[in-house]
Design a protein around this ligand. Structure first.
Ligand code: NDP
Length: 257
């Protein structure tokens, strides 16, 4: 029988940056698809509340736990706890991210490091720590949240764009290495979705109008429109799909005029 299988029942998922915005939406979407979900972020209270709300709405087991994805010790402690408490990790969504809005001439070295470490190095550190377990269990699904900025240059995007281009290439690299172990690694590249990351910029009417004009669908994305693409990559049904970067962008990236 040929039947699409997107059911995540029995899977254990970890979502970084799960306290708010895209990560919060993805954690809830994975739980509705059947997974037990661990949400991580630095702000413990926010991530604990998100975990509790998701458990109440979906009936799945959840955990909200503090973790700084730029800190290897913090990552190792959290991955160890999840393995002890949940027994395994099947799905990792590397979503935590940040941005600074300065031109290249004004950017400080600390700002460069902050963006590169949070958006790019973290994906390596998290994937390595979780990947060790996935390779051993011969099963895993890693989804990295990149950005349209991995492909297009954006205003004030000096550290952000390169950090996301790095994420896309790292996705392909890990996909190549771990395919033989049943571990797939894919990326999602969103265009603009309103979150705390960009709400200030979006308050500027001129900017928002220009953005909508630049987008073939004429609007920003809705958070729920990221859920199905991520659930697809996390599913057993996507077992032969790896090393891909899927643009969820209302048609923007390959739009000439
Ligand atoms: P938000 O600012 O709303 O959320 C970011 C999340 O990442 C928060 O939960 C934050 O929690 C967490 N985070 C930030 N730094 C760290 C850290 N060092 N360690 C652990 N967690 C951290 O942003 P979005 O939801 O918009 O962004 C999510 C991802 O999507 C990012 O990777 C972003 O680059 C990407 N993206 C977003 C787009 C958009 O339009 N919104 C477009 C394209 C890509 P805390 O501060 O508590 O640690």
């Amino acid at each position: 029988m040929y039947k699409a299988n997107f059911d995540l029942t029995g899977k254990v998922a970890v979502v970084t940056g799960g306290g708010r915005g895209i990560g919060r939406a993805l954690a809830e979407g994975l739980a509705y698809a059947g997974a037990d979900v661990v949400l991580t972020a630095r702000t413990e209270e926010q991530v604990k509340i998100a975990a509790m709300e998701i458990s109440q709405s979906t009936g799945r087991r959840t955990l909200g736990i503090s973790c700084d994805v730029t800190d290897k010790d913090s990552i190792d402690a959290v991955v160890g706890k999840v393995i002890r408490d949940f027994g395994r990790i099947d799905i990792l969504v590397n979503n935590a991210g940040t941005s600074v809005r300065h031109g290249a001439l004004d950017l400080t070295e600390d700002e460069w490091d902050q963006v590169i470490d949070t958006n790019f190095k973290s994906v390596f550190l998290m994937s390595q720590a979780v990947g060790r377990h996935m390779v051993k269990q011969k099963y895993g699904r890693i989804v990295n949240i990149a950005s349209v900025a991995s492909e297009l240059t954006l205003a004030y995007g000096t550290p952000y764009g390169p950090s996301k281009a790095g994420v896309v290439h790292l996705t392909r690299q890990m996909a190549n290495e771990w395919a033989q172990h049943g571990v797939t690694v894919n990326a999602i590249s969103p265009w603009f979705f309103k979150t705390s990351l960009n709400e200030k910029a979006l308050e500027n009417d001129e900017f928002r109008t220009a953005l909508e004009r630049r987008t073939p669908m004429g609007r920003l994305g809705q958070l729920e429109e990221l859920v199905a693409p991520v659930v697809f990559f996390c599913s057993d049904g996507a077992g032969y799909v790896t090393g891909q970067n899927l643009f969820v962008d209302g048609g923007t990236t390959h739009f000439g005029m």
